[in-house]
Design a binder for this molecule. Sequence first.
Ligand SMILES: [Zn+2]
Length: 856
Amino acid sequence: MRINRCMLAMAATLAFMGVACGEDAVDYRLPAGIYPTSQVIELRLDPAADDYSGNTTIKLTIDERTDRIGIYLLGLDMTRISLSGNGAVRTLEATADDWDIQWLADGQPLEAGDYELSIEFEGLYSTDSLGMHRVSFEDHDYVFTQFETVYARRAFPVFDEPGFKIPFQLTINAPAGLTVIANTPVANSTVQDDWQRVEFMQTKPLPSYLIAYSVGPLDRAEIKGMSIPGFIYTPKGRADELGFVLRETPTIVKALEEYFGFDYPYKKLDFLAVPEFAFGAMENPGLITFRTDLLMLGDEASGRTAVRAVTVVAHEVAHIWYGDMVTMAWWNDLWLNEAFATWMSMLILEQAYPQYETNLRLPQAGAFGVDQRTSSKAIRRIVRNEAEIFDGMGLNYTKGHAILNMLEAYVGPEVFRKSIQAYIKKYAWSNATETDLWNVIGTTSDLDVAAIASDFLNQPGFASLQLEDDGTVVQKRYLTYGREAADLQWTIPLNIKYKKDGEVRRTFYLLNDKSGTIDIPAGTDWIFPDADGNGYFRWNIDSQKLYNLIDDADELTDREKIALLSNSGALLAAGDLTLADYLFVLNRMLDDPHPLVFLPALERLKGIGDNFVSASNRELFARFVDQALTERFASVGIDPRETDTEATVQMRPRLMRVLGQYGTDPSVREAAADLATQYLNAPASVSSDLGREALRITALSGDAELYAVYKQAYLDAQSESLKSNILAAIYFDDPAIVRSHLDFSISDAVAAGDVTTGIRFFAAILNDHAILYDWLNQNLDAFKDKIPSFVRPMLPQLFQSSCDAHDLALLHGFFDDRGDLYAPALAKANETIENCIARRARESEALDRFLAQYSD
Ligand SMILES: [Zn+2]
């Protein structure tokens, strides 16, 4: 009896099939009943050429008689297609269809059986940093790959769905003398007539989006002290800039191995610094790729730059277990990959780098602002193509991470860990869905985790809870002021702290209805329903209790204080808190001694400056800023000190920035200008974080001469983080500079993945976006050609940093008639700007009343 896909999927440990059984067939995926079992790929790659060629042989099984085989391919030519099996060799023709599918057929039926499909193909390297792309860097040519999400099909014909998880064997022919690397170690290598032929070992079962390889004059340095061999590869001549990451990686890998309970499961762990990259990093097993500015940091890194680097390394290596060994069955569960890796990386950082205090970074704080929009979509929904996979991608990380935090707190960390270990073991080398995860956690914990998870994942948005003195709690969907949307309901675990008779106590309540009653005594001083700060909801108590809580804020942990501030901002946006009350909370957190409790308050202060301050109240706001920040800045200074804690190191650059941008004291700006000059001339002598903020402050009042200095420094830079920081600091508002820099951003000097920073940063500082749309109108084709394809549908969101009706009209004027491609991002940008405008109008008088206390 032949085992078909559905029967295999029913076998518990063989859930590797892409299509759920019983589900209706859909046209955007390959049909069930034809599936690959292994694939061999041979490529001939010369990085100095524009084109390449290759051939591939795919072993596949056909379950039932059919008349065609579907395969994915985009932008390549298939020059010969043959199918052998059932005692015959046949030549097939290809017909292109939607969804990048090619149908292969010869007009005769294909009987059930095992076949070998062989295809010869040729095409051009891509140039937008996705697929197999060619990069020129410092006068040398390289080939790199980025196949997630749907880009393997741009490099070779392939069953390009994550459910087709099979072994691949890769062979690369390349000019002799170049380095050739891939996911697996080299099995055999020969040289003939100036060309080398490098055969790699067969991979473990992989989805096609995890294949990676590279060709070029790469250099490398060894990562010592891991359970498996590993190197970090860089472009030619740059391998001496890896000290920090070489030193920290073994610590991270070891911590992950300990959490999962078994060693890193592939044969090697190489990293590769890719000078043109659309993402931060990519978790290809055996060959993880990174942006250069994440790996090439030199021997020392500090502050946010250091935290970011170790976070990304931990995130990518965590994917090795979740994502690579166990893979989502389809893109609608991509969140599971990303949420898991993000959650895991924070757990590892808390253990391995307690000095960074990453527990004070709340993932929900980054998610709420996005998820509160009525145009927000559920994390789990139908996704069919590239644009739909990327629509709302950020929530996969932030909201997904927050939900895992909430569930971990619900079942307890030890039970959660046991569940994860069991889950990885059960689904190793195959695919899984979210239900599989909840079932394992449910079995281990004996709690109905699925009910909670399902509400949060299958619905957009989140709840707003109203708590009364008698313990009554009522939920409704959180909406910003004046917005309307269908009400929704969630099952919410509540960890409650309250104070009664001078004593702080805790209790737990599972809200699984529209309303409920928490078992607390009446007459509490205050109630705080987000103990430990893991709740994915907003909450409200009567204002007297809120005042009591703020006065008593020392009874909260640092993380809880940050959650409280975030919640107060949401209440303000919903119209449930007055601006005066909000500023009362903000001021309390600005006074907090902990730099990392102060930091989110500082960012909110900056937000007021960015969005709500105008010429008429700028001076008074500046005095408010002075009063809130000057003393702290004087106590930490601008220069790093021996006695600095990591928290101070993370906080100082932003403190300098906000005081320099919005305060009255010119000496802060002068000191920043000196620091910026020093950073441009000797990047290693200034921390990357301080250097970036110094460049920004200085650019804000800079002229064409200064812009020329920045640009030349970018072109000459030998430091990858300096280059990134310059692009992130072009805060010049002179129209001639804006136009000149936008032209520069689409030149060869700027990598495809960095092109949009120009418009995005200008949109944040310019009062009138007209110049940006004018430029885009004139350069739209060149701009769209250069940026990575997945960024195109998101263009409207580049302009969403605005609080201005004129800019909103310009946004619609530009995008309204440009088709459905932009509709989802346009709706989001529209709602963000509208909300900001409405809040500004609503609160401007109250802000003026508050600022009046700073007049002479
Ligand atoms: Zn990831």
